[in-house]
Ligand binder design. Structure first.
Ligand code: UDP
Ligand code: MG
Length: 316
């Protein structure tokens, strides 16, 4: 029988866990075709989260857990989940029931049809402010314009991944992680499922605007080095201005017969040297970008099929 691992990063979720278990348990009992494993990653919770998880494990051996030594953040918790999951497929879910477990059968259905990455896309975002919706929309736009990797809009981490996606993701072991961009980056056959995102059932969101901005910057910088090009591009208008002003000074000199004035020399020099400086920054940026890409140590490609067989990417 095939196994499905449900990976749930949890940070201070004591209030949510009993209800979460109840809903998952009901669902797992209904789906008889698969064996299940619920893998909690306790991300250094300060409340009774780990105690409750252990209690759950005592009465239900499908419950597994990884307990972190401290809070490492959701992204790292997700990676640990991938490392420890035993399933032929994994499903990522939040502990706060914002991702309805009732959608899982649909995710599984598409996996059975041969999709490797079945992701849930939010139709609505209940309980989220207008500002959060707007900023997230703008963010997707900017990110997409910077890269040729296709970005999935309005998707979180709620998704089902085939084992070979899991193996692929396990090989992306960079420090500043942004799972969303990694899901896109590895490729494979993707399928979208629409759902209504519910408000959190209890507790408080662990995100604030600072964390979101950090995540957004991580997202952009881990995806592309194009911000480093800004400098190179900025040097172009500076040199154009230098050129135009130079022509103007020469023409004026010929017309009036008065030799270049001191302030004109100053302007010319400022434009010339600032242009050179910006350009040099750009060049340094280009090299920095290459070093940055190399130090990530990512494998250069993944194979979908080899001689008609699905590639598992587990041989390095
Ligand atoms: N989470 C985590 N480590 C953290 C912050 C959050 O493992 O440092 C988990 C949290 O327990 C939840 C999920 O990540 O299961 C999503 O967190 P949250 O609901 O606070 O984020 P939001 O839904 O508001 O984006
Ligand atoms: Mg949440």
């Amino acid at each position: 029988m095939k196994k499905i691992s449900i990976i749930i990063p949890a940070y201070n979720e004591e209030e949510e866990l009993p209800l979460l278990y109840e809903r998952l348990n009901k669902l797992m009992n209904e789906i008889k075709k698969y064996e299940f494993e619920v893998l909690f990653v306790n991300d250094g919770s300060k409340d009774r989260t780990i105690k409750i998880i252990k209690e759950l494990r005592n009465k239900d051996e499908r419950i597994c857990y990884v307990d972190f030594s401290r809070n490492f953040g959701k992204e790292i918790a997700m990676l640990a989940g991938l490392d420890y999951a035993k399933g032929d497929a994994v499903i990522f879910m939040d502990a706060d029931l914002q991702d309805p477990p009732e959608l899982i059968p649909e995710l599984i259905k598409y996996w059975e049809e041969g999709y490797d990455d079945v992701y849930a896309r939010r139709k609505s975002r209940k309980g989220e402010t207008w500002l959060k919706k707007f900023t997230s929309k703008m963010y997707y736009k900017v990110l997409q314009s910077l890269t040729r990797v296709e970005i999935q809009k309005d998707t979180g981490d709620f998704r089902l991944l085939d084992r070979r996606c899991v193996n692929a993701l396990k090989r992306l072991r960079e420090n500043s992680r942004n799972s969303k961009s990694m899901f896109s980056w590895i490729g494979y056959k993707k399928k979208e499922v629409l759902y209504d995102r519910d408000p959190r059932i209890a507790g408080k969101t662990k995100w604030n605007y600072k964390k979101l901005i950090d995540l957004a910057i991580d997202g952009i910088t881990s995806f592309t080095t194009s911000p480093l090009r800004i400098s190179t591009y900025l040097s172009i208008p500076t040199f154009i201005m230098l050129f135009i002003y130079f022509i103007y000074v020469i023409v004026k000199w010929i017309k009036t017969g008065v030799f270049i004035e001191a302030f004109q020399v100053t302007i010319l020099l400022i434009l010339f040297f600032s242009g050179i400086q910006i350009l040099l920054f750009g060049i340094i940026g280009e090299y920095l970008g290459r070093i940055f890409n190399e130090t990530k140590n990512r494998p250069l490609y993944f194979v979908n099929e080899y001689n008609g067989e699905k590639e598992l990417n587990d041989k390095i």
